[in-house]
Design a protein around this ligand. Structure first.
Ligand SMILES: Cc1cc2nc3c(=O)[nH]c(=O)nc-3n(C[C@H](O)[C@H](O)[C@H](O)COP(=O)(O)OP(=O)(O)OC[C@H]3O[C@@H](n4cnc5c(N)ncnc54)[C@H](O)[C@@H]3O)c2cc1C
Length: 456
């Protein structure tokens, strides 16, 4: 049987689940996975919080896929810099884009670019040792931080900001982050959302974890837990079971409420704030505070919107982290839906001028936007691969050079390809470095350091 050559761009969960589906198919298929970093696994390595090691276990599955016959890893290769989608289509029968949604949504308010105002991606990437965020600086001398957003990434940020470093030091958190967090003076974190406790997107498990952190108190204003009729209707929907659990938790926080003066040694406090829309970040050069419009909810259940009450509130703070969603990056030869931050597609077939683009597919966050958990990407990638397989009948009659052609092209362009064996060397070296600190691994946080491991 002649071979079909497929390129997958991106080595996060969606890329691996697409590879798995292709390798399980009846076709004689070669899969070439292209990744801009020398290291695979996308956000499972550089997004999932270090104190959630169980959630990183999907890496064991991806590791097996990487080692399967017919699978090749091309790390340290950036599409649109080292090679284009058009190049990939010349050497492959199909290309699956699986590049995620690495950019943060902006608040688009005055003061957003002041020193001390950060995107969640920068902080998360920094503590997880992502090379692109290695040199980020966070001023942990500040006493008060504001986290904008009521989702699980916001909860991760609060946990990492407030957990004693003794509870993080055995995780795979980057050592530079641990050192900086050990000196943190942060005592109070306001976690702010535009709507009410019923609309918060935390999973109850993540919310409960915040209560369980030693030496941290959680607070909610009692009045914010008084909910209106439309919210009660929303809660009565069995699909909203998590919101009901969240509300119970928020109510328990409001009962626990204590407000002693903060001292350098007093416990840290996480205060959940509702019905506030960001208005402005204040400060001359660095963040000094933030003002908000106060809201109430209006409209029917499930489509309630925020209505400004006309009042404003000011909160003094020295740090702001925004965690209000992610968006994808546009690629040269592929259409991009700017308002949704993703690639336009139908069931994974990329749509250009109303028609499916021959040979080009998309999966994961780049396909559906930043939603769902790691496992959600599996069904998503299977859908995409089903479309690809349906379109591939007979294409093998037009031979393509696949990995040979790709390697030749990249060598000609003097790109240092990090292959599977190279990644395994980096992996072994990181695990050995971790032993010194009693950690599962100490990640290399600069690409040069990773490539140095390969030169010995
Ligand atoms: C902070 C954070 C915490 C999370 N925590 C959890 C959790 O605890 N549990 C859970 O179930 N889910 C969690 N998620 C969600 C989960 O990480 C995503 O569902 C999943 O990673 C999406 O997979 P993906 O393959 O679409 O994208 P990604 O994982 O982002 O992978 C995309 C890959 O493409 C590569 N790439 C990008 N551009 C290029 C290019 N030009 N050329 C080559 N390669 C490129 C990137 O380097 C990356 O490796 C979290 C997400 C975030 C942001």
């Amino acid at each position: 049987m002649l071979k079909i050559h497929i390129a997958i761009v991106g080595s996060g969960p969606s890329g691996f689940y697409a590879a798995e589906a292709l390798l399980r198919s009846d076709l004689n298929v070669e899969v070439n996975m292209i990744e801009k970093l020398p290291t695979p696994f996308g956000l499972v390595r550089s997004g999932v919080a270090p104190d959630h090691p169980k959630l990183k276990q999907s890496i064991l599955v991806y590791d097996r896929i990487l080692k399967q016959d017919g699978m090749n890893f091309f790390g340290n290769v950036t599409v649109d810099e080292d090679i284009s989608v058009e190049d990939l289509l010349k050497t492959h029968h199909g290309v699956i884009m699986a590049c995620g949604a690495p950019l943060d949504n902006k608040l688009n308010i005055d003061g957003e670019n002041l020193k001390g105002s950060h995107a969640a991606t920068a902080f998360v990437g920094w503590y997880n040792g992502h090379p692109e965020y290695r040199d980020e600086k966070f001023d942990f001398k500040q006493k008060t931080a504001i986290v904008i957003g009521h989702g699980n990434v916001a909860a991760d940020i609060c946990r990492i900001l407030s957990k004693p470093v003794s509870e993080l030091k055995k995780s795979d958190i980057a050592e530079h982050a641990l050192d900086a967090l050990a000196e943190s003076q942060i005592r109070k974190i306001h976690v702010v959302g535009r709507r009410g406790p019923v609309q918060a997107k935390f999973s109850p498990k993540e919310l409960r974890e915040l209560v369980d952190i030693s030496n941290v108190t959680t607070e909610v204003d009692v009045n914010d837990c008084e909910i209106g009729e439309q919210c009660k209707v929303e809660l009565s929907d069995p699909k909203n079971i998590s919101s009901g659990k969240n509300l119970e938790l928020f109510r328990s926080f409001s009962e626990l409420q204590t407000s002693p003066e903060l001292t350098p040694h007093s416990p840290r406090k996480i205060k959940f704030r509702f019905y506030l829309t960001s208005q402005k970040i204040h400060g001359a050069e660095t963040v000094e505070g933030m003002s908000f419009f106060k809201n109430q909810l209006g409209g029917q259940a499930f489509s309630q919107t925020v209505i400004s009450t006309g009042e404003t509130e000011h909160i003094s703070c020295g740090l702001v982290f925004r965690s209000i969603g992610y968006r994808g990056v546009p690629f040269k030869d592929i259409p991009f839906c700017d308002d949704q931050g993703k690639i336009p597609n139908k069931e994974g077939r990329v749509i250009k001028n109303g028609k499916a683009m021959p040979g080009v597919y998309v999966t994961g966050w780049q396909k559906r936007g930043p939603s769902g958990i790691i496992g959600t990407n599996r069904a998503d990638s299977i859908e995409t691969v089903d479309c690809l397989l349906a379109d591939m009948a007979g294409v093998e009659k037009t031979p393509k050079s696949g990995s040979d052609g790709l390697t030749a092209l990249l060598k000609k362009r003097q790109v240092q390809i990090v292959e599977l064996d190279d990644w395994l060397k980096i992996d072994t070296s990181e695990i050995a470095r971790g032993k010194k600190y009693g950690k599962p691994r100490e990640k290399f946080t600069r690409v040069d350091e990773m490539l140095d491991v390969l030169s010995v």
